[in-house]
Design a protein around this ligand. Structure first.
Ligand SMILES: C[S@@+](CC[C@H](N)C(=O)[O-])C[C@H]1O[C@@H](n2cnc3c(N)ncnc32)[C@H](O)[C@@H]1O
Length: 238
């Protein structure tokens, strides 16, 4: 089985090569396009536009995404081992959409709140993200602790250990490493179908796990490869 690679392709295409029952953990952060509805804005009764208030969205607008996610989650079920686990990042707009689709295929156990301590935005700052967590394991480290993770985001200190952001929705590697260490042992196989700048691969290298990943965007794929090379040099003390 091929390990420790990120292919520059659509994840549904890349997943075809991943054998059944071969992955210990899926940790992934899909594109947050769910916040987008139809283009254009309409004025509501109080004079706000749908863009400003971001409340005029309808899940029917996402009908085009549903076949993709149904196929993706069926693939997750196929590749995940019988004692595997998964962490699926989303935000307050996406949770209600993803939950029933994911829960139809895999054993969702909890919704984690990643408290980033501070965040940008008006109408209260966006200081948290959500993670849909599930596992087939009756017991693992993930059973300890609470479903709130208080870990710095890029606005509250993660720059000191991650450097400047190289992807707009980049996660601090420590947050991914927590998911990895809570749910797997060294040597495990971790899948990220939306690698972005390669944070999951970097976290795997630093925690002694193997990674498999896909990234559609050529530019971010190249950035991910650079970050992996940097992490390898660091581990080798180059
Ligand atoms: C939210 S970002 C992931 C960011 C990542 N967690 C990081 O720390 O850099 C999602 C990524 O998924 C990629 N993407 C979108 N659709 C994809 C697909 N069908 N297959 C593979 N990658 C895809 C996007 O190009 C984007 O870089």
């Amino acid at each position: 089985m091929r390990l420790n690679y990120i292919d520059n392709c659509d994840c549904l295409e890349g997943l075809r090569e991943v054998p059944d029952n071969s992955v210990d953990l899926i940790v992934t952060d899909p594109p947050y396009f769910l916040s987008m509805g139809h283009a254009g804005s309409s004025t509501n009764a109080r004079g706000g536009t749908s863009e400003q208030l971001n409340t005029n969205r309808c899940f029917n607008d996402l009908a085009i995404c549903t076949p993709f996610y149904k196929q993706l989650f069926a693939e997750y079920k196929r590749v995940l081992k019988d004692d595997g686990s998964f962490y699926f990042f989303t935000d307050w707009r996406g949770y209600a959409y993803y939950f029933p689709l994911l829960n139809a295929e895999l054993p969702v156990r909890n919704m984690l709140v990643w408290d980033k301590k501070s965040g940008p935005g008006s109408f209260y700052g966006f200081a948290h993200e959500l993670i849909i967590f599930g596992t087939y394991k009756p017991k693992n480290k993930a059973g300890c602790g609470t479903n709130v993770w208080r870990m710095s985001g890029f606005n509250s200190g993660a720059k000191s250990t991650n450097g400047d952001k190289v992807h707009p929705t980049q996660k601090p590697w420590e947050v991914i490493a927590k998911a990895i260490e809570d749910s797997t042992e060294p040597g495990a196989v971790v899948l990220d179908t939306f690698m972005g700048s390669g944070t999951t691969a970097v976290a795997c290298l630093r925690t002694g796990r193997n990674y498999i990943g896909f990234e559609l965007d050529e530019k971010y794929h190249a950035i991910a490869e650079q970050r992996i090379a940097g992490a390898v040099d660091e581990l080798l003390g180059v």
